[in-house]
Ligand binder design. Structure first.
Ligand code: NAP
Length: 552
């Protein structure tokens, strides 16, 4: 229970938004525009969410920046310039700061304020939020803009607390620069964060030891600087591009500049209509990869739907990696063997495999050589001791549900979200939960969220929530929540569309399934049916007078 006296010092607004990442910032902008009073609460000391916390060397986005940008303001689109095609974390954080300044958002954001309890006051029909400060906040509506990948996962390794060197997590990287020169650095984890950090840490540290449990499929990222002509063509076509995003499965327009850039390969009239790997001969497959690079393997459509095609692609991938790593034993350890391409979020890298050819980098396979304990000096495996000055955890996040469960949400009749979700997340459209009236989740479980361009997903969700609140206000409706049946039907649909995809293959263990957190129910959490289908469903629900919801 929260401290009841705190309520006496409570600030009341129409809406309380938790989180000042892109979702919280846009919610504040949009709801204010809708005439609502809004208070945003943020644990960090500035805006940016995931881009505020993930400052590790090498952090960058895997969606092109001209696409990973907001479409709600034409002025914003026109005035902002991206320096690279795929931006690095500092540039994305600068963009977040620009938005905060430009739209005067900071005035309604309370920084350094961590929410520790969110409770529904049934008699008043209000949400009461307790924080780790002496202030509490009350709102008729509560919007959780807490992000999908915001609670860092640190595995419970024996002796971890005894380590006397510097301990870091990629998802909680310090703001001040970390001097790694002359340091022996160890890193645990080879997911997207580890794969991005490893080449950079190898350059900064005297020695780098990579502790790998599961090898990763990773392909080289586009590392082009932004050309003015390309940026201009995007700006000239932004309205069309936003429409194309709305019609694309992953919320990405795939718009290709044509006027100012000579790119004959993009509109090749001879390009095969259905790009499949299976019908090609082994030589043809090799030639395609030699000509177009390792990432070409990902372009074959059958790789994601046909297990035989998937295995052909996996073999081809492994053959190419063997040619990239000088030490054959190291190469063999780096090859993913017991799951297929497409099961996990695709990882993009800059010089990942080449990094293992450096003399100051070593690879430890913790499946062959399990970690026994962490001790004051470093890591002890069954094969020996690795002394370290710095230990970096690149061990991911308690994804999608972690941040929502962490803030202790209690709904009607004292029922907690933890109780409701004990067997996995139960929600309608990833927007709301029965028993939690007027509490909304931005990109919650059961919505496309992490399978979509996040900024597109955020805009759609925030717009939907803003319109819903407006509907309630204009029609003097007290509140809204989904019916239990609508939740069950939606979950059945979410599971049905995920079935038969590589995401849910029995060999697949990903954070999408909660498989990275011991004891977490194994459920495929994001909606894989595609962003347009999902968006249309949300629109249809509204057109049918909020079908599946009840006004309370
Ligand atoms: P992740 O994909 O969950 O990877 C975590 C890594 O830590 C895995 O290699 C995992 O091994 C390892 N690990 C966890 N517990 C371990 C243990 N006890 N012992 C040894 N190894 C352990 O996390 P992430 O790399 O932070 O990425 C998460 C998501 O964030 C990505 O999928 C992506 O969506 C997003 N992200 C995106 C970007 C980008 O835009 N480029 C960059 C970073 C992150 P196992 O596989 O064996 O569990």
């Amino acid at each position: 229970m929260s401290d009841p006296t705190a309520h006496t010092r409570a600030t009341t607004t129409d809406v309380v938004v938790v989180g000042a990442g892109f979702a919280g910032m846009y919610a504040l902008y949009r709801f204010r525009q809708r005439g609502l009073s809004v208070q945003v609460l943020e644990a960090g000391d500035d805006v940016g969410g995931t881009w505020y916390w993930n400052r590790y060397p090498g952090a960058r986005c895997d969606v092109p920046s001209l696409e990973y940008s907001f479409g709600f303001s034409e002025e914003l689109e026109q005035e902002w310039d991206w320096p690279e095609v795929f931006s690095a974390q500092p540039d994305i954080l600068r963009y977040a700061n620009h938005i905060a300044d430009r739209f005067d958002l900071r005035a309604n954001i309370q920084f350094e304020t961590r929410v520790i309890a969110v409770e529904y006051d049934e008699s008043e029909k209000l949400w009461r939020l307790t924080t780790d400060t002496d202030r509490a906040f009350v709102g008729k509506y509560c919007v959780m803009a807490t992000g999908c990948l915001s609670v860092p996962n640190k595995p419970d390794l024996p002796g971890a607390a005894s380590f006397e060197g510097l301990e870091l997590h990629t998802g909680l990287w310090p703001q001040e620069p970390v001097d790694l020169s002359s340091k022996r650095v160890g890193i645990i984890g080879t997911g997207s964060s580890g794969v991005q950090a490893i080449p950079e840490l190898a350059k900064l540290a005297a020695e780098l030891i990579v502790f790998q449990r599961t090898p990763v499929y990773t392909v080289p990222a586009n590392r082009k600087g932004m050309r003015d002509a390309v940026q201009q063509e995007f700006k000239d076509n932004y309205r069309r591009i936003r429409e194309m995003q709305q019609a694309n499965q992953g919320g990405v327009s795939n718009f290709r500049p044509t006027l100012n850039v000579n790119r004959p390969d993009v509109f090749d009239p001879m390009a095969p209509k259905r790009n499949l790997i299976k019908p090609l001969t082994p030589e043809q497959r090799r030639t395609r990869v030699e000509e177009k690079g390792l990432g070409e393997i990902l372009s074959f459509r059958d790789v994601y739907t046909d297990l035989e095609a998937n295995e052909i692609a996996n073999d081809l991938y492994r053959d190419v990696v063997r040619t990239m790593v000088t030490d054959a034993e190291v190469a063999e350890r780096l090859l993913p063997k017991d799951y297929g391409i497409g099961c996990k979020r695709q990882v993009l890298d800059r010089d990942y495999y080449a990094t293992f050819n450096r003399t100051n980098v070593a690879l430890v396979d913790v499946r062959e050589e399990p970690i026994q304990t962490i001790n004051p000096a470093g890591i002890q495996t069954v094969a020996g001791q690795y002394d370290l000055d710095v230990l970096v955890y690149a061990t991911g996040f308690d994804a999608m549900t972690g941040a929502l469960l962490k803030v202790n949400i209690t709904g009607r009749d004292g029922r907690t979200l933890e109780q409701k979700w004990q067997h996995g997340p139960v929600a309608y459209l990833g927007l709301q939960m029965n028993g939690f009236p007027n509490l909304f989740t931005v990109t919650g479980p059961g919505s496309p969220s992490v399978l979509c361009n996040m900024l597109v997903a955020i805009e759609q969700h925030v717009n939907w929530i803003g319109d819903c609140i407006r509907h309630l206000e204009v029609n003097h409706l007290g509140g809204i929540e989904p019916t239990p049946q609508a939740e069950l039907d939606w979950i059945a649909h979410v599971n049905e569309v995920a079935e038969g995809t590589m995401f849910t293959a029995p060999s697949c263990n990903s954070w999408y399934l909660g498989a990275n957190i011991p004891g977490k129910p194994r459920i495929f959490m994001p909606y894989v049916g595609g962003y347009p289908r999902y968006r249309e469903r949300c629109e249809q629900v509204v057109a049918n007078d909020y079908e599946g919801f009840q006004f309370v």
